[in-house]
Design a protein around this ligand. Sequence first.
Ligand SMILES: [Zn+2]
Length: 146
Amino acid sequence: MLGRLARRLRMLGYDILYQRDIDDGSLLRLAMREDRIILTRDTRLTMRKAAIGRTFLISSEDPAKQAKEIMQAFPAPSGVPVRCTICNGALKPVEDRQSVLGQVPEHVFHCASGFFKCSGCGHIYWEGSHMEHFKEELLPGEEEEG
Ligand SMILES: [Zn+2]
């Protein structure tokens, strides 16, 4: 349910794990072990004793407003590369732009000023296209997907 919020926050550099189908107990243990805060819309979860100080209750239903709530509560990380929206891996600048030839659309290869590669899944991102676009789009909200 919060998958789209997770993707938005990763683009802003937050280190986000997104777990579907995990029970409350396992979730709390994971949060404890990795020193994470659980972002949830589940009031039942936040009421649990073990959840005190470990959960942040999201009140909005709109992903853009949810992202705002998080950004107010937890200031966005600065000076770190943004994270992969697919796997949460850190993005590393690509030194040799020839290496992305064939992995991005041709017009992008010629126009983009720089590329980033996910250290996890290898997905290529680039400057000046969807990363900037995404940041602009973040606050006004976005079209619902099918
Ligand atoms: Zn990745």
